[in-house]
Structures are given as structure tokens and as C-alpha cells.
Write a protein that binds this ligand. Structure first.
Ligand SMILES: Cc1cc2nc3c(=O)[nH]c(=O)nc-3n(C[C@H](O)[C@H](O)[C@H](O)COP(=O)(O)OP(=O)(O)OC[C@H]3O[C@@H](n4cnc5c(N)ncnc54)[C@H](O)[C@@H]3O)c2cc1C
Length: 553
């Protein structure tokens, strides 16, 4: 985590930075403020410390000559998560984010050591919550879970204080004169107080996302940061294209919800979806890809920018982004169960993810899980390690019809998972968003059963995220997936849509194989076409919505 660079290595990287001096006590980094970049100590010593919500410091490490200061925030030019002060006069080499990315690529072996240290340091900060916002609110509250889930999926440190059990939380509520009904509140590292913010407000406050330059013309804007979008970003970035990636939730997409992916090439022991996706996210940033997360695309202009071969994407926050090519990688969204009152339990008792947050919430209790696909199987296996019992409810007669054999074997071998086939949830009972009981009709007999359960997990498939393409001239199939390739794409490109310069990859594409590896493969493949567009901008990218056969959903 804290390697020492040799003098020959420091000499080699001097060209990437500039020398700066600091006097005793001067700050080299301040929580919540963007620092100059990766800082290699040439002379003197620097104290690095985490800061809590009261401004109290806890020492992390003291760095001397040959050590460097920084973690993943410095790769993307985001605000620092720790404070660093010169213990004595310090001379340091400051490498700004764009030069740091160039260094990581130019110096393969040294770059690997630096990148590894940046990642390990972030993991250390995640474990302690250092430098992240403090969420004050009741542990099981839906909004607390929403904000915690967003930060967890974004790989950002956080702390959560419950006013019912934590005296520090009570003190903070008094200090900021907050009514208990206004909880949760969030204290950002820069000192700002947010009252029950949206994910976008929180992300802006902690510097995870900034404004998009509406005049900048990117080679490609990729909509969706799931495996397909991130793969396209890594390959396009590594080929030198200028790339912007948007995602309306967090990076990782559906794969980020997977407790353990066991069939992705090269990971014989399996890997959690979020760990795999975090690697891809960091890798894309290493190649200079810009991320705007969370930012939602709401419209693709229907006519292009009159004949000059560029596209404008409108975002939900009224910003816009311009590009020579667009890659649609918006995947699919989870399906909801058709039972009355479902929405009122979402966020607190009805879950579409099985992450450590949900596992903690349900620890030691009995839960119900609906679904019979691989995602349901993985979630059941994961939850079984944390809860006392999983009632797995499947509509069909046999799990093997929809789940991989290895998962069927694993699920059925777990003593605390009971699989009920030919079973449908009929109603939910509870108050104030808290589920108290679930009723289901079971087996051939159709007998109705009532179980006192507080948590229901749903893994029942997904529909394409293509509503935002309405009126854009992009042809969809009868189920709403994007049509591509010969016969559909005007470009004749395999991943090309009905508009030149617009491509679709991954789960959102009609006929695609709904797997991480397939999405990643399409992300790599689309880059050849993007290159061609960049070298030969299309003069007329326009095919209006009225042209061709726009198949409505
Ligand atoms: C729980 C679970 C477990 C799974 N396990 C496995 C497994 O073990 N092995 C395997 O191979 N596959 C698995 N899958 C399937 C796999 O995750 C998907 O095939 C894969 O994630 C598809 O990738 P994608 O990038 O095409 O789309 P997605 O992963 O769906 O990503 C799409 C992204 O686009 C974003 N987005 C949508 N609309 C907009 C918009 N308008 N503006 C901005 N952003 C938008 C979404 O927020 C999302 O992040 C699993 C799926 C789930 C749900």
C-alpha cells in the first residue's frame, strides 16, 4: 500500500510533474478539495490523517522521501478523502491527473505498482469510511438504504450513524437543528449539509460528478456503465478516442448486483460483480475516460446536428453532451411483481439487489426470494450465508429449466434454502413501508400460505431500458430491444442501429446473449466501428423517425 520509489524511478517520472515546496504545517491535501495530483515526496516528511465529522484527526501514515501520496480520487481529479500536512519542510513532485494517467501507461511495471497502491488505499478508506459523507438516519430507513447503496456501488467511503443508538448522531442532529422527521441528513466532507438528497445531489456535493461541457465534441458518448459500456470505454480509451460514459444509477449495471459471477473467463474462484466492475471502472479512468455518474440520458436528438455528423444527448438535469458517435449500452431493468401495494415496501422490505447492505439488514431472519434464473440462484446462495432461512419461490415446475446446473446443485444442497415450485405470491401485508407477512399460492393444490416475513427479494428478469430512445429514429423490436446489423442497420455494421454513427451493445441489443462475457465482447467489438466514424465523420447521420420501419414497443 505504501511502496518506496527508488531514485532512478523518480528520475524517470520527473517529466510528468512539477516540483513544489511546502513549509512546516502546510497542507498538501485537504478533505473535500481537489488536490494537485499524485504527490511524490522528494525531501521531508508528510503526515496523512483521516478526519471525522467533528474535525478530529486519526493518523493513517507518515510518508517520507520516495513515498507518494494519493489514492483513486487523484486518478480522476476528484476531491481528496484525507488530510496531508508537511511535518517539516517538504519538497515534492506533483503529477496532475492527466499526466498521472500518461505515466501509468508509459511506465508499465512502475505504473502497476502505483495503480495497485491507489486501489489498496481506496479499499482501506472504504473499510473505515474515511473521507466520505456521514449519513445520519435510522438503519433500516428506505432513504438511508438508498444513499448507502449508491455510495457502496460507487466505491465511495461512507459512514452511517443511527440516532436511536449512536450518541454522536444525536449530537449532530442537535448541532444542525434538524427535526427527526427530516432525516436522513448527509454531512459532506466539505461541510455542506444535505436533507434527504437524491443520489445526483449527493454525487455533486462530494465531487463524484461535475458539469458536462456542452461545447466539447467527444469521439463517443457511451450511455450505460454496465459491463458492455465499460468494456467499450476501456477499448475506446485505450485506442486514444475521447470518451464520455453516462449512467443514471452507478457503474456496474446488472452485473454489479451479482453476488458472485462464476462463469466469467479467467476467474476460477469466481468474483463478485461489483469487484469485477470496479476494476473495469478504474481501468477506463486510467485510459482517460470521463465519467458522468449519475447522469441520465433522456433523449437522443432526432435529426443529428444538421448534416455535420454529430449527435446531441439531452440529460435529465437539462445538460447536454455532444459526440461523433453514440453507443447505447443501457441494458435492462429489473421486473416488478404484479401484487398490490408492492411500491410502498420497495427500498425497505422489497429488494432487487442482494448486497452486503441487504444481508446485514436481514441478518438472522427468514426471507422470501422470487425467481428461478441464475441471478435468483446466486442471490439465494449469498443470502443463505447471512439469514436463517430462504424461501425460494419459483413459478415453474423445475429450476433446471431456467438455472445453470451448477447453481441448481448448489441451491438445492443448502440446508436453509427451501425451494417451492409452481408458487406465486398473492399478497403483501404490512404498515409504513415495513412488510409483516407474505401470502403465496403453492404447488398443484393451489393452497394459500401466510408467512410472517419482513423481507422479499425479487429476481424475475428484466425489460430493456429503451424508453429514452422514443422519437430518436432508432428501430426497436417488438419487445423494445434495439435492432442492429444487416437488414436493420443502415451502416450494415453488425452492431450498428438504424442510424449511422449510433451503435447498440449488450443486453439492450435485440438478440444478444444476456451474459457478462457477451456484453464485454460487444463492447470491445464496437470500437472498430467507432474508429472508422472518427476517421471518416459521417456527413449525413440523419434518418428521421418517420423513415424506415420504426417498430413501436
Ligand atoms: C443479479 C444478477 C446476476 C447475474 N449473474 C450473472 C452471471 O453470473 N454471469 C453472467 O454472465 N451474467 C450474469 N448476469 C447477467 C449480466 O449481469 C448482464 O447480462 C450484463 O450486466 C449486461 O450488461 P450490459 O452492460 O449490457 O447492461 P446492464 O448491466 O444492464 O447495464 C446497463 C446500465 O445502463 C444504465 N442506464 C440505463 N438507462 C440509462 C439512461 N437512460 N441513461 C444513463 N444510464 C442508463 C443502467 O443504470 C445500467 O447501469 C446477472 C444479472 C443479474 C441481475
Amino acid at each position: 500500500m505504501f511502496p518506496v520509489l527508488e531514485s532512478a524511478e523518480i528520475e524517470r517520472v520527473r517529466r510528468f510533474g512539477k516540483i513544489q515546496s511546502y513549509s512546516t504545517g502546510e497542507a498538501l491535501a485537504t478533505v473535500g478539495t481537489v488536490s494537485g495530483g499524485l504527490t511524490i515526496v522528494l525531501a521531508g516528511t508528510v503526515d496523512v490523517a483521516r478526519r471525522d465529522e467533528y474535525g478530529r484527526h486519526t493518523a493513517i501514515v507518515t510518508q517520507g522521501p520516495g513515498n507518494f501520496l494519493g489514492e483513486l480520487a487523484q486518478l480522476a481529479g476528484r476531491p481528496a478523502l484525507v488530510d496531508a500536512y508537511a511535518r517539516e519542510s517538504v519538497e515534492a513532485l506533483i503529477i496532475p491527473p492527466d499526466h498521472l494517467r500518461a505515466l501509468l501507461i508509459a511506465e508499465a511495471e512502475l505504473g502497476e505498482r502505483i495503480m495497485r497502491a491507489l486501489i489498496l488505499r481506496r479499499i482501506g478508506l472504504l473499510e473505515t469510511g474515511a473521507g466520505g459523507p456521514v449519513i445520519v438516519g435510522r438503519a433500516g430507513n428506505g432513504d438511508v438504504l438508498r444513499l448507502e447503496g449508491f455510495l457502496q456501488r460507487s466505491g465511495h467511503p461512507r459512514q452511517q450513524l443511527d440516532p436511536e443508538t449512536d450518541p454522536e448522531a444525536k449530537a449532530l442532529i442537535d448541532r444542525f437543528h434538524v427535526d427527526v422527521g427530516q432525516l436522513p441528513i448527509v454531512l459532506c466532507p466539505g461541510g455542506q449539509l444535505l436533507r434527504n438528497p437524491s443520489e445526483a445531489e449527493l454525487a455533486r456535493c462530494i465531487g463524484l460528478v461535475g458539469p458536462i461541457d456542452p461545447n466539447r465534441l467527444y469521439d463517443v458518448v457511451i450511455v450505460g456503465a454496465g459491463p458492455a459500456g465499460l468494456a467499450a470505454a476501456v477499448y475506446a480509451g485505450s485506442e486514444g478516442l475521447s470518451v464520455l460514459v453516462l449512467d443514471c444509477r452507478a457503474f456496474g449495471g446488472q452485473a454489479g448486483a451479482s453476488a458472485r459471477i462464476e462463469n466469467y473467463l479467467g476467474f476460477p474462484t469466481g468474483i463478485s460483480g461489483i469487484a469485477l466492475m470496479a476494476r473495469a471502472y478504474n481501468q477506463a479512468q486510467k485510459f482517460g475516460v470521463e465519467m458522468a455518474i449519475p447522469d441520465e440520458a433522456v433523449r437522443l436528438d432526432s435529426m443529428g446536428d444538421a448534416g455535420n455528423g454529430t449527435f446531441t444527448l439531452k440529460l435529465s438535469n437539462n445538460e447536454s453532451a455532444r459526440a461523433r458517435s453514440i453507443v447505447i449500452a443501457t441494458g435492462a431493468r429489473y421486473r416488478r411483481l404484479a401484487v398490490e401495494g408492492l411500491a410502498s415496501f420497495e427500498g425497505t422490505s422489497v429488494h432487487y439487489w442482494a448486497s452486503p447492505i441487504e444481508a446485514k439488514l436481514c441478518g438472522g431472519q427468514e426471507v422470501a426470494l422470487v425467481g428461478a434464473g441464475n441471478s435468483a440462484g446466486q442471490a439465494a446462495v449469498y443470502l443463505a450465508g447471512h439469514v436463517s432461512k430462504v424461501w425460494m419461490l419459483a413459478r415453474g415446475a423445475d429450476l433446471a429449466a431456467s438455472m445453470s446446473r451448477y447453481l441448481v446443485d448448489r441451491v438445492t444442497s443448502l440446508p436453509n434454502v427451501e425451494v417451492l415450485t409452481q408458487t406465486n405470491v398473492t399478497s403483501l401485508e404490512g404498515h409504513d413501508g415495513i412488510l409483516e407477512a407474505i401470502r403465496w399460492r403453492q404447488g398443484k393444490s393451489g393452497q394459500e400460505v401466510r408467512r410472517p416475513l419482513r423481507h422479499l427479494f425479487l429476481f424475475i428478469g428484466a425489460d430493456p431500458n429503451t424508453d429514452w430512445l422514443s422519437g430518436s429514429g432508432i428501430d426497436l423490436d417488438s419487445k423494445g430491444f434495439v435492432l442492429t446489423g444487416a437488414g436493420n442497420g443502415t451502416s450494415g455494421q453488425q452492431l450498428g442501429t438504424s442510424r449511422h454513427g449510433v451503435y447498440a451493445i449488450g443486453d439492450v441489443r435485440s438478440g444478444s446473449v444476456k451474459r457478462v462475457a457477451a456484453a464485454v465482447g460487444e463492447g470491445a467489438q464496437v470500437v472498430a466501428a467507432l474508429h472508422a466514424d472518427t476517421l471518416n465523420p459521417i456527413k449525413s447521420s440523419v434518418k428521421s423517425a418517420s423513415e424506415g420501419a420504426l417498430v413501436q414497443k
